[in-house]
Design a protein around this ligand. Sequence first.
Ligand code: GLA
Length: 743
Amino acid sequence: MNQIFKSVLSQSFILSLLTLAAANQSNAQNITIPIETSHQALVLQADENKNLKNIYLGKKLADPKEYDFIKSRYKQTEDYSGLLNSAYTPSGSRNLMEPAISVIHADGNMSLDLRYISHKTIRLNDNVSLLTVLLKDPVYNFEVTLYYKSYHKEDVIEQWNVIRHHEKGNVTLQKFASANLNLQAQSFWLKQFHGDWAKEMQPEESKLTHGIKTLDTKLGTRANLFMPSVFMVSLDKPATEDEGNVLYGALEWSGNFKIDFEVDFQDNLRIIAGMNNYASPYILKPGEEFTTPAFLFTLSDKGKGEASRKLQNWARNYKLLDGKGNRLTLLNNWEATYFDFNEQKLSGLLKDTKKLGVDLFLLDDGWFGNKHPRNDDHAGLGDWQENRRKLPNGITSLVKEAGADGVKFGIWIEPEMVNPKSDLYTKHPDWVIKQPDREEHYFRNQLVLDLSNPKVQDFVYGIVDSLFIKAPSLAYIKWDCNAVIYNAYSAHLKNNQSQFYIDYVHGLYKVLERIRAKYPVVPMMLCSGGGGRVDYGALKYFTEFWPSDNTDPVERIFIQWDYSYFYPAIASSNHVTDWGKQPVKFRTDVAMMGKLGFDIVVSELKENDLKFCQDAVSTYNTLKNVIWQGDQYRLVNPHEQNMASLMYVDSTKSTAVMFNYLVNYRYGESSKTPIRLKGLDPAKKYRIQEINIYPGTKSPVQSEKLFSGDFLMNIGFNPEVNTTRTSVILKITADLSKAANTL
Ligand code: GLA
């Protein structure tokens, strides 16, 4: 960079600092910027050298002026760099720790410094505010705007950045995190989740030690197969359900992510979260903007339960598509037929859907492909025309027939994928992600289409659009994504291969945006060979997700329990299937803790089993709003005890549902002590009634008795779970009659 340009730039930098100093006369030295929600605060501060720092993240103080005193109470060692708690750590200048951003400037120089220029807060509505902070490099014409969107009531903050420059050529972004948080505590406890197919959301909790612990994925698609980006960090000691300080975090991104937890030499925790920069240096032209995905976090000083309720509320209010809306109960044919069906069989299943009493029939995989019929998972993906042998009259006629039977119709697609045995693969080899000169490597016999290519985006959009054009009353889509990306190479991106992983996800979001512009609320299930793609980046476009192909109900208790930390029950599609050894009652009871569906052969159900399921659907319809919209309380943790117990309470604390299960079948196992309920009104009197009772069995629960909320929350209630009563659902209703209140 020439000298004159540099000096003009630094003059304009000084000028902007002066303007700003004038604007912040109250404190010529430090500029403190608190981001407060109802209970928590993230406090930023620009120091006398205009380094922007995170000076506090924790419980909100009554007097915001006192945030200024926090730093001086800490007598930790020398920082050396002045950047240790930077709000967005630049690299190549003074930083000594993991950076949040690192770049190669147009002139090849790799240093970056970012100084505070200005900030402003806009109130978007009564509950939501948006703070922007502009940072600039004093030497290079390079800037980053930090965005903090805060949701007051829910105590949630979403954070992202926009990076831009006006250098004389392209800048390469080497790292571009979304968030850079700093926490202070005696110790930090990370709870993370790992998994594989049918083993989603396996929790692990450990103390963070000095150095960096990384959670990441490099799979491209089905990115969460081994690990999702959701995590929690407890401060001082592992938080329990109702006690302790805990931060929940997640990246709103459906591709590669990287979250670094660095305990630094001062014993503080730095969290740097964003898209994974693995194989992804990004070329930014002068004047162009690079926007990172949002990282979201919430804090609770009352344990994991409260943090979950805040996040679930936030998701329903602001993120999950149609989070306050309705959902459809359904019968799916995947496990009932696999690929083996025809029109006649489906006609029977449509009638069974009605008989069962659910809202919709969902036709799964296997309905398409002619030259390469989809009769197993080796062929057909990409050829989205109805298979003429199986469905001679096409989808349109099935949708009509469903309507005549009084049910709705939904369909499975996997539009991002292609089998080498398909017309699509033969016609458009350049649309397929593969290395031109290397052997192909398959995941479930398939490859991924190149969504960085606008033509492929049009094709994928067209799959959904043409289904709706053909059958406008089509009521539901299950969107699957079974393969990861091997041999990452885009014929479309040519010399820009390092943008591929990021451009893929942007391409996917563009398609989903278009779909939602035309079909704003049609329910869509987010599936990825199970829960391989559950994240809030995608859930903006989807009404629900498929947590796992593992539908063994005992396994599901654990999987749903662990998803519930971060996602509301309304988003969790739970199906009753033939997995596991438990009776149909147990399986149905577990599936009712979310969005209920079935994937069984209804015609083969024994009379009482069918009767039970039909009654369960009706009961569910009366309680689904409490489960979907109510506050969730986890009562007994199956990871710690031989039982699981959870409850949902409506906002007026007048109706609640409590689900109880035995998860260990050793001799004599049972609920020996009462379980303390939560979230009720201590002053109200409640009636407890067992529901979902299997035909011909009697409940020991006496529903005539009334208990105060005080009693139920301090002493508790025993659902009398044992090896012959392995699952028990209780409905808890406030008795508002005068008589009850004078008891
Ligand atoms: C994935 C899904 C299943 C089912 C199959 C169909 O595995 O997770 O639910 O749809 O694909 O091939």
